[in-house]
Design a protein around this ligand. Sequence first.
Ligand SMILES: Nc1ncnc2c1ncn2[C@@H]1O[C@H](COP(=O)(O)OP(=O)(O)OP(=O)(O)O)[C@@H](O)[C@H]1O
Length: 269
Amino acid sequence: MVEAALSLEGITCTFVSRSTPGQRYTAVQDTTLAVAPGEFVSVVGPTGCGKSTLLNVGAGLLPPSSGTVKVFGEPLRGINRRAGYMFQGEALLPWRSALDNVTAGLEFANVPREQAQEEGRLWLKRVGLGGFESRYPHQMSGGMRKRTMLAQTLIRDPDIILMDEPFSALDIQTRQLMENEVLDLWMTKRRAVLFITHDLDEAIAMSDRVVVLSAGPGTHPIGEFAIDLPRPRDVAEVRTDPRFVELHAAIWGVLREEVLKGYAQQKRA
Ligand SMILES: Nc1ncnc2c1ncn2[C@@H]1O[C@H](COP(=O)(O)OP(=O)(O)OP(=O)(O)O)[C@@H](O)[C@H]1O
């Protein structure tokens, strides 16, 4: 069997309340999830169920209360250096130009400035931002900022790419363009991707496999679906494929109840 690029084994995450120290909340319970090298896996689940928590565990940003994280078979200690992480929100430094934001990771890795700048220009071109090197974040649209973040994440060529609802703030057209761009880049490099989304259409259109999480507390996987749609895919066109419709119905059958539970919990909170 091929060694998983990222493997979360029996992960439980319990948070202690800061305001009431005796109070605990188990967000994720006994979750096992693996991504093979070159595989694109999406995790879907109701809002607040623990998707970001799991991704933070995989990134090494949050040590689990129990369970093991392995990266290419090695137990993870500290930050996952083989992973690139694209966050949900804005993660650009406002005082740096697009180019200087993209090259930040290379700078921290002590890559000589000239080489970093050359690679940065290349990556900005790849994400459709050739000519926008000197723009500052406040001078760019939301879509341009997301493209810059994508280049910033991919420039270090990580073996594992962790993405937390990267396009949720974008309008649907820009979002689909970016989803296709990510798929094109992924097809050329075939890195392991763990992609978090609450959008089932996006998950099916992008992935090889979709994992469904239960509502919290004690979130855990309750379903797993292989997405056998042919590649290359266009995320807009693939939605009309009868197999897509079939998969959507099957996954929604599992997810629907959990979404309702998650919604009811949020209303109570
Ligand atoms: N550091 C923390 N301390 C206390 N509780 C936390 C902490 N981090 C997350 N939680 C709680 O754990 C649960 C899961 O949060 P998480 O952000 O992982 O959910 P999510 O599925 O990514 O949510 P969304 O879909 O809204 O982005 C939530 O109830 C959240 O309030």
